[in-house]
Design a protein. Structure first.
Length: 618
């Protein structure tokens, strides 16, 4: 994402070199070429060739907003040297209208457009482009001869009124790099990949990860899973994650049952080197048949695998919604002036709920851990306005009033799904739940048949029970907070106090440590009550942490220390080297994981055991 600018002469040579001809596409498709070999100062050359344009003027767009993030990221700001040419190679007049659109004059003569694309990972501080960061899984990386993260919405644009045409993407690549994606590769030669998408939205929905390592594949029933891992310091490879991902996918497929609408799924994992200019937004971005995951390479493998199970399982469940069940606003998404759907509670909430429910359903976690996760979501949801109608928030999520509430789709959205599941279980005497509802909706609609936003509640009620309308209108489109205890009681679950493990450097959201920005020293905050582990070890407020177990730490690698502490085990031997009153000393002891009390839930009513089992085991 270094924003370099080349001279007009050099840029023109590069752009001309990647074009096979100046003629318009003779087929009714958009042809795109992407050159990953001749990198121009951290920029990739892209050529887009349309079929014949029949208007005097057309507009070329690069997305302002993409599904899954619903933030105004303005990917057009990463394009340089946008030009339009006729069939003889003569430049056509172009007017840049805003960050994401270019109006092309004499469009009937248009043969192609060309431009250079900057990446985003090495400018995530937002300073180079003067705007906020791109969420890393939605971003891009260009590292010549080493790695490319190709989120197609950042590399490829679309012409006005031509988004529904097929796209043919031809990628010229170094021979030593392998491209992993859920798309079919129509070429598979050593230096070229060719992919065909039915329309622009499908191209955008299929990212590609190029790495030196050959991606791994395995089968789960009749579905092919592609796993690709980029590890900058070669700390991890696909082998480290394959077993966990396979176990998870098998469990998810068992959980979903007859929902089976994709034959290939790609897991693309980019591990970030936190000490360099690299991706810093950790998590994953939803795609219908793949996911881009960004995690810190410094994480211990146990914690990394645990995080992968949580985030990838969430993304995989998007094959239910929005892949199989979605509104017209999603199906015909406008990447520059979108109209948002009312039903984020379903797209993200049900997906997040399934990502937790399937783990207890398939015995990957205990009932206790499931209730701990739900309790955390209840507590987190209280940070948001609990009277905000979720359908209104969803429809207006791009507005200033509601955009900060987006994270609540993963908290209260999942709780809405849980309570809806409980209500269906009670109404059916345990015979069916929300998964059965989604199976019916998937059969009713499917990948290519969107629903009308305002008709969804009626359809859900017709497939379930009359009392479901009351639930939806009261707690989803209405402003009444959900009485969670009431719904838990239906399953014999009551509120209780629980002990949950914490982090030795944090108490809730409050840290025990700070840093001196001038000296880069890590300091135990003076004057605060330390946790039992720190007290027993002999740490004191004002101590400067120099090293832990012979690894030196300061501001430059503090993240490694915090992430590393996640893998500490109870009673492990540990040594802190600290400076106190200008004197260095070693403090030796054993790890004592601090526990924090929080509101939680547990099953207490034996008379509801059968219903509880139906809920959690299906």
């Amino acid at each position: 994402m270094k924003n370099y600018f080349a001279s007009f002469y050099l840029t023109s040579l590069l752009l001309f070199s990647v074009s096979f001809s100046f003629g318009q596409s003779k087929t009714n498709e958009i042809q795109v070429t992407m050159d990953l070999v001749n990198i121009n100062k951290d920029r990739v050359a892209v050529t887009v060739t349309p079929p014949k344009i029949n208007t005097n003027e057309t507009t070329f767009y690069v997305p302002k907003i993409i599904p899954g993030t619903y933030s105004e990221d303005n990917y057009g700001r990463y394009l340089d040297n946008f030009k339009a040419y006729d069939a003889k190679g003569k430049e056509l007049p172009v007017a840049k209208m805003d960050e994401n659109s270019w109006v092309i004059k004499d469009a009937k003569k248009l043969a192609k457009v060309t431009y250079l694309v900057n990446d985003t990972y090495d400018s995530e501080t937002g300073t180079e482009f003067g705007q906020g960061d791109i969420f890393s899984p939605a971003g891009t990386n260009i590292e010549e001869g080493v790695n490319f993260v190709i989120n197609n919405h950042a590399f490829v644009g679309y012409f006005k009124d031509l988004k529904e045409l097929p796209y043919r993407l031809s990628v010229t690549k170094p021979e030593n790099l392998h491209g992993a994606t859920a798309m079919d590769n129509l070429d598979k030669s050593a230096t070229k990949d060719v992919f065909l998408a039915s329309r622009y939205a499908e191209l955008v929905d299929n990212p590609i990860l190029y790495t030196k390592s050959q991606f791994k594949t395995f089968m789960v029933d009749d579905m092919e899973i592609i796993l690709s891992v980029y590890s900058p310091n070669n700390r991890y490879s696909e082998v480290d994650f394959k077993e966990a991902m396979e176990t998870m996918m098998i469990a998810q497929k068992r959980f979903l049952g007859p929902i089976d609408n994709t034959k290939r799924y790609a897991i693309l994992l980019y591990l970030s080197d936190f000490e360099k200019e690299d991706a810093k937004g950790f998590g994953a971005l939803e795609h219908n048949t793949s996911t881009v995951v960004v995690m810190p390479e410094a994480m211990p493998i146990e914690e990394l695998i645990k995080s992968m199970v949580d985030v990838v399982s969430h993304e995989f469940f998007h094959i239910v919604t929005p892949l199989s069940v979605h509104s017209k606003e999603i199906h015909y998404f406008d990447f520059n002036t979108p109209k948002m759907s009312q039903h984020l509670w379903m797209y993200e909430g049900i997906t997040e709920y399934f990502a937790n429910l399937f783990q207890v359903n398939q015995d990957l976690i205990s009932d206790t851990e499931f209730f701990e996760r739900i309790a955390t979501k209840v507590n987190n949801s209280k940070r948001f306005d609990d009277t905000m109608p979720f359908t209104k928030m969803s429809a207006e999520i791009l507005s200033k009033q509601y955009k900060d509430a987006y994270l609540n789709v993963y908290e209260k959205g999942a709780l809405i799904a849980m309570c809806l599941d409980i209500q269906i279980r009670e109404s059916s005497n345990g015979e069916s739940g929300i998964l059965d509802l989604m199976q019916k909706l998937s059969k009713e609609y499917g990948n290519t048949k969107p629903f009308e936003d305002h008709e969804l509640f009626d359809k859900i009620v017709s497939l379930t029970y009359p009392e479901i309308r009351t639930f939806l209108e009261t707690y989803v489109s209405g402003s009444t907070p959900i009485p969670y205890e009431t719904y838990f009681e239906k399953m014999g679950v009551t509120k209780s106090k629980i002990q949950v493990p914490g982090n030795v450097f944090l108490k809730g959201q409050s840290p025990y440590i700070t840093v001196n920005p001038n000296t880069k020293e890590i300091i135990i905050i003076p004057g605060i009550e330390l946790n039992p582990f720190m007290k027993e070890l002999g740490l004191q407020g004002g101590d400067i942490i120099l090293a832990v177990d012979n690894t030196a730490y300061n501001l430059d690698n503090i993240y490694d220390m915090l992430v590393g502490s996640m893998s500490w085990k109870e009673n492990d031997l540990i040594v802190f080297k600290v400076k106190r009153n200008d004197k260095e000393m070693d403090l030796k002891g054993t790890v004592k994981i601090p526990y924090e009390e929080m509101d939680g839930y547990q099953a207490t009513d034996a008379s509801k055991k059968e219903l509880l089992e139906a809920w959690l085991r299906g």
